[in-house]
Design a protein around this ligand. Structure first.
Ligand code: FES
Ligand SMILES: [Fe+2]
Length: 389
């Protein structure tokens, strides 16, 4: 049996071995970027948006991921169909608009008017005759895998994506106490960040920066003010094991209930949460490479990331509320979004700062410090994905 001190050491989260970061050029090399698009972004489930935006039959929306264009259409039976936004004739884009309602129950190519049904089958061409060997049935739209989960739409640009059940770092049921499917987008923050997409995830995966970069958040979540994510990130954690103070245990400061300017809820708290979820104040689900969800007691934050280029990333934050909260005349959304948008903006700024220094000639790579153990896990995930055949 290990002695107590060995057991305690084993329970320490931090890195105990010197760990190097990724090569600096992994954050700006265009070839590396293309490889990551191909091997990571086009092979995993990527979050698009909420189902409510394409709820009606014949509703459509388009979506760009890297150099791929996706067309999503709600068919007459209610199924969401996904296609490459590309006509089988000579490859024109089928829909130029980002969203809308198809006037007829068909998709008509704006170039030479080939007509497809909403399942993507080619119904007819515009030619006077068909050459022998040409079969209409051989030219359906190129299908894309679509998954709707509790009001969230995901797509995968590969025929064999990983099981959707493994799309997050925790079981899909983790936020089951939140009525995710019924929630409504009440506010959106959109930002273009001048940094590589991996920088965003590295920053997300550590809180060493929190005391300096997020003074307000560090007051709300006292353990963040110590530069730590969790209790056992401190090598001396066992010295405070009996101390319930959130600065050691995590969770929100005393008297606070949610991420907001004053720490108070302004939305109607979700009724089904257990005491532990309420006390934590934030429950995360991370779905690499494109999204994380945070369940707060009165709202859910959905943060989507999309790569726009080797040194450009789009950040989109959706704030989801219950319809009752949005209908409540006393609901003060600013209390929530002004706080959390500040945190997200602070993070975006340091991502840009990180990107700016990476091209220094002598800087071959950085160092991963003990508290940044989740960054190492992220790098391991990255290496596995890049090697996966
Ligand atoms: S490219 Fe679509 S009909 Fe010609
Ligand atoms: Fe941060």
């Amino acid at each position: 049996m290990p002695s107590t001190s060995e057991a305690e050491k084993a329970a320490y989260n931090g890195l105990t071995e010197h760990t190097a970061g990724l090569p600096a050029d992994a954050y700006f090399d265009p070839r590396q970027y293309q490889t990551e698009l191909q091997r990571i972004w086009y092979r995993n489930w990527v979050y698009v948006g909420r189902s409510a935006a394409v709820a009606r039959p014949r509703a459509f929306r388009t979506f760009e991921l890297g150099d791929q264009r996706v067309l999503l259409v709600r068919d007459e039976q209610g199924a969401l169909q996904g296609f490459h936004n590309t006509c089988r004739h000579r490859g024109a884009a089928l829909c130029r608009e980002t969203e809308g309602l198809l006037r007829t129950g068909t998709i008509v190519c704006p170039y030479h008017a080939w007509v497809y049904n909403l399942q993507g089958d080619l119904l007819r061409t515009s030619s006077k005759a068909h050459a022998s060997g040409f079969e209409v049935a051989d030219f359906p739209l190129y299908k894309i895998k679509v998954r709707e989960w509790r009001g969230f739409i995901f797509v995968a640009l590969t025929d064999a994506p990983p099981p959707f059940e493994n799309a997050f770092d925790v079981p899909l049921e983790r936020l089951d106490a939140w009525p995710l499917g019924e929630l409504v987008v009440g506010h959106v923050l959109r930002k273009s960040i001048r940094s590589n997409w991996k920088i965003f995830w590295e920053n997300y995966n550590e809180c060493l920066h929190c005391p300096g970069v997020h003074p307000k958040l560090s007051q709300l979540v006292p353990i963040y003010g110590r530069g730590l994510l969790e209790e056992r990130d401190d090598p001396d954690w066992s010295a405070h094991a009996a101390d319930a103070d959130p600065k050691y245990k995590g969770g929100l400061r005393g008297g606070a209930a949610t991420w907001s300017l004053d720490g108070k809820t302004t939305g109607i708290p979700f009724s089904g949460l257990c005491a532990a979820d309420r006390e934590a104040g934030h429950i995360y689900m991370t779905g690499l490479p494109s999204v994380f969800l945070v369940g707060h007691v009165d709202y859910v934050r959905v943060v989507r990331l999309l790569p726009l280029g080797p040194e450009q990333t789009e950040l989109r934050v959706e704030y989801l509320f219950s319809p009752q909260t949005l209908a409540d005349p006393g609901f003060d959304m600013r209390n929530i979004v002004d706080f959390t948008n500040l945190v997200m903006t602070e993070d975006a700024e340091v991502c840009e700062l990180n990107q700016l220094g990476l091209r220094a000639g002598p800087h071959a790579r950085g160092v991963i410090m003990p508290e940044e153990y989740v960054i190492r896990q992220f790098h391991e995930w990255l290496r596995t994905e890049l090697k996966r055949v």
